[in-house]
Design a protein around this ligand. Structure first.
Ligand code: PRP
Ligand code: 7HP
Length: 179
């Protein structure tokens, strides 16, 4: 375990199994259809790369880069698009893929922005859902794990842009935040 991690919340094995479960549901729900996964950078890059390999459909991928947190641990509530999609999603089946839903402002913004582009369908997927923290109601169609109000890192999730490379999801030691 990394020296800055206090506790592992989800192991590599648990994440792997959860991704299989989510992909099975997605495969069944979109059987015979073409799907576009939209990964929200940076946090979702590891999750989406494992998820897409477990999906057995005609599937494309595109990315958006959004910033709402910067290096802070609380959402600023101001969402900014740093990179938009490369292609139109009009008339397409679209699934937004996030690492985590916290207050919900980012996902709400994405749903509003992307539904205005007239996709055939728009659904949402997040590996982690911190329901207790919600400040705005948002619909998440595929949820990996519900988690308590803990700041977690690893498997794409960062603190001050670090720890995204950890293969598990864990909680940092409190002294790391005080540095
Ligand atoms: C994180 C996460 C979500 C968002 C969730 O992104 O990846 O996009 O915050 O927060 P919310 O539900 O309170 O809006 P962050 O801004 O930290 O950027 P990153 O993905 O580059 O780490
Ligand atoms: C954003 C975010 N990034 C990393 N860890 C968490 O627990 C987070 N919640 N919202």
């Amino acid at each position: 375990m990394h020296k800055d991690i206090e506790k592992i919340i989800f192991s590599e094995e648990e994440i792997k199994n959860k991704i299989k479960e989510l992909a099975n549901r997605i495969n069944n729900d979109y059987r015979g259809k073409k799907l576009i996964l939209i990964g929200i950078l940076k946090g979702s890059f590891i999750f989406i790369s494992d998820l897409i390999r477990a999906i057995d459909l005609q599937v494309q991928v595109d990315f958006m880069a959004i910033s709402s947190y910067g290096d802070a641990m609380e959402s600023s509530g101001v969402v900014k698009i740093n990179k938009d999609l490369d292609k139109s999603i009009e008339g397409q089946e679209v699934l937004i893929v996030e690492d985590i839903i916290d207050g919900g402002l980012t996902m709400k913004y994405l749903i509003n922005t992307l539904s205005a582009r007239n996709p055939k369908s728009l659904k949402t997927c997040a590996l982690l859902d911190k329901k207790e923290r919600r400040v705005i109601d948002v619909n998440v169609d595929y949820i990996g794990f519900e988690i308590a109000d803990l700041f977690v890192v690893g498997y794409g999730l960062d603190y001050a842009q670090l720890y995204r490379n950890l293969p598990y999801i864990g909680v940092l030691k409190p002294e790391v935040y005080k540095k």
